[in-house]
Design a protein around this ligand. Structure first.
Ligand code: ATP
Ligand code: MG
Length: 506
């Protein structure tokens, strides 16, 4: 089989070559030729590579196997970036890898990889594998099984981009390049290995990877790599939703989410690539909020902080909720039920499409559900503090302040309240509700029964109403504050789901 593969690759007739894994564009005529470089001359040094990855390679090599650092670990090190993680590729079988280490675990049933553990670090170690010509695919060409071991050359060819197919041997200080990845790296070009359309059909997720890497690395996308995406983007619909969700999270948690979204927009790819991206870039009035939210996420990621998917999705879908909340209040619904209904309708529509998992949906409900209470501040604040997701709700409120949806003084009040000792908190409570003009605000609200908003009033709750935050709703809730509304108590409480929770997407 390997022989046939090489015959096709190096000397086979065009007819024979049809259906074979195509060689990389720069090497298309002659098949992949190995070029080797001294690592240190390219600017990659052992010190940049994790000790655990080096140890993994050393131990496998000593046992007589080939072993290289591959993928993002090499690419990012060569670019002077800090890699997210290090993967190792080897010609040892998973069982042989496992037998070589004290702490190693085989993962996966269909295609096995090995997690080799050193202290707290885990090195994902995979056996060279090959693209199969006769691989089982769905009707669109998506490869359903991808589990045949192969040679190192075959392993290079089955990878996605030339810059992701570099093999670094930290012991020999050598970079091995079969597909022109070093040249592409120098030219800052992202180039799909093989025929891009075929590779996207095999695995549509590669389209998202194109966008993610282009944004993360600030690379130019080779025109042939870019061209098929607009036409093939709809194939993403056939990808199992859990995988799509994972890849989407990678994009959003890449530390370059804003750049990714801007890139999609600039290249006209924001339609249909991912339902979530349509939501993100097409929100009515929501651009500012989304930009602030994504910039905030990127800053957190770059500072090494965690990002909770529930929070992230709550921000991404907020404008939809907010617009519907406002509309319902304008139609005379009470604030809290209006918010509940808006949340329900958005989640019904989006959650299964986006494959958002149930546990994240519970977080989203909590974060959104806290907003009216947080907008009010005042006496309800002390109770809100006890909410399990108060912190997330408060962070969310601060994003809304930053996006100009709510007055800055409201954010300041909360920050002082959160940071303050009990004496400070009492003082702040006296200064609120309604902060600057507490009594007037309340009176005005009730008098105005049904009036939608009091633009420019300057009080936090009133301004909040301007964007759907409660003023209009309070107007509708004549004589009854949202906290007294029985519906409020239905808001998912301490960590559990709410009775209104929908089933998780399939
Ligand atoms: P990062 O981890 O920084 O996001 P990475 O390049 O390491 O980037 P991974 O998802 O960790 O990306 O994958 C490791 C390597 O596996 C890639 O560099 C690529 O060579 C290969 N790879 C991953 N996903 C695919 C895919 N869908 N098709 C082909 N090759 C892939
Ligand atoms: Mg990686």
């Amino acid at each position: 089989m390997v022989f046939a593969f090489f015959k096709r690759l190096f000397g086979g007739s065009p007819a024979e070559a049809a259906g074979a894994p195509a060689a990389a564009a720069p090497a298309a005529s002659s098949g992949p030729k190995l070029r080797t470089y001294k690592g240190s001359e390219l600017g990659i040094h052992r010190e940049q590579i994790s000790q655990a990855a080096i140890r993994t390679c050393e131990i496998l090599q000593r046992a007589g196997f080939k072993a290289y650092v591959v993928g993002g670990g090499v690419r990012d090190s060569l670019l002077g970036l800090t890699p997210k993680d290090f993967d190792v590729a080897t010609d040892a079988t998973p069982e042989q890898v496992q037998a070589s280490f004290r702490r190693a675990r085989i993962i996966g049933r269909r295609f096995k990889i090995v997690h080799v553990m050193f202290g707290r670090e885990t090195i994902e170690t995979s056996t060279f594998r090959a693209l199969q010509n006769d691989a089982e695919t769905d009707e669109h060409g998506r490869v359903l099984r991808d589990n045949v071991f192969g040679t190192q050359q075959e392993d290079a060819l089955r990878r996605d981009f030339t810059v992701n197919a570099l093999y670094y041997d930290p012991i020999a200080d050598q970079v091995q390049d079969w597909l022109g990845g070093v040249a592409d790296l120098k030219a800052r070009t992202l180039r799909m290995i093989g025929d891009p359309a075929t590779r996207y059909r095999e695995d549509p997720v590669r389209m998202l990877r194109t966008v993610r890497f282009a944004a993360k690395l600030d690379f130019h996308v080779d025109p042939a790599t870019l061209a098929p995406i607009a036409e093939l983007a709809e194939l993403l619909e056939n990808v199992p939703s859990a995988r799509l969700f994972d890849e989407m999270l990678k994009l959003l948690e890449s530390g370059h989410a804003l750049a990714c979204v801007r890139r999609l927009r600039a290249e006209g790819l924001h339609h249909g690539v991912l339902p979530l991206l349509d939501v993100i870039v097409e929100q009515p009035d929501g651009e500012r909020f989304i930009e602030v939210a994504l910039a905030n996420t990127d800053a957190r990621v770059r500072a090494g902080k965690s990002v909770s998917p529930g929070f992230l999705f709550a921000t991404l879908l907020w404008q939809l909720v907010s617009v519907r909340w406002r509309a319902r209040q304008a139609a005379g619904e009470h604030s809290i039920p209006a918010l509940m209904e808006a949340m329900d309708s958005v989640l019904d529509e989006q959650a299964s499409k986006l494959a958002i998992q149930r546990r994240y949906i519970a977080d989203m409900r909590d974060i959104w559900g806290l907003q009216p209470r947080l907008e009010k501040g005042g006496r309800g604040a002390a109770r809100a503090l006890e909410h399990l997701r108060f912190r997330a709700g408060y962070d969310f409120l601060l994003l809304r302040v930053e996006a100009g949806e709510l007055p800055e003084e409201l954010g300041r009040w909360w920050t002082e309240f959160v940071d303050g000792d009990s004496g400070t908190r009492e003082q702040l409570l006296d200064a609120r509700p309604g902060d600057a003009r507490p009594a007037a605000t309340k009176r005005r609200r009730r008098r105005r029964s049904g009036a939608r908003k009091g633009a420019g009033e300057g009080d936090a709750a009133g301004d909040a109403g301007g964007e759907g935050g409660g003023d209009g709703g309070d107007g509708g809730t004549v004589g009854r504050e949202p906290d007294d509304d029985p519906r409020w108590r239905e808001i998912p409480g301490q960590g559990g789901g709410s009775p209104r929770d929908r089933d998780p997407p399939a």
